[in-house]
Design a protein. Sequence first.
Length: 201
Amino acid sequence: MVQRTHTYFKQACLRLVSMALKTGLTQASVSISTCMPKATRSKHQNYLLMCGIVGYLGTREAYPILIQGLKRLEYRGYDSAGVALFNGHLDMFKCKGKVADLEAIVGTAPAATMGIGHTRWATHGEPNDPNSHPHASNSGRLVMVHNGIIENFAALKELLSKAGYVFHSDTDTEVLVNFIEYIQDQEEVELDQAVRLALNE
């Protein structure tokens, strides 16, 4: 899978997945911003488009940490924001607009000690609630936020549609999270291995 993202970013994400799954990681947080390539630059802007990812896994309430992280990334600009929280079950909130709009939607956040957050500049699909991140796989087993461009997402989407997957957005990220799940089920491998196989497809 050809992605216009930096190799170091991909490797860092894989390491985080592996640490969380294989070493019983009890607490970690990460805040990552990425710069989109010039090809995706808006004609109305004189700077490169950027997105931000925040993640937390630990013993504290995840939501305030995620929101604080997203607010620290606000100066980069974005058109939507979202968070996914997990504490035995998944709660996902996302919307077009600012982090303040997201906070209004969430209200009192459910208790959770694990979560991910994202701010987005639209590259696939218009800025709206369904295209905002995070995205969940059809089973709800996997949730993903993603920066970059999946260049062969259309072919992967067609493959997955034929396999019975249903899509609720126009994003390449929703394709990717379902493709990872598809590989995990087809190859009967652990999540970290499924991610590696998907990114090399």
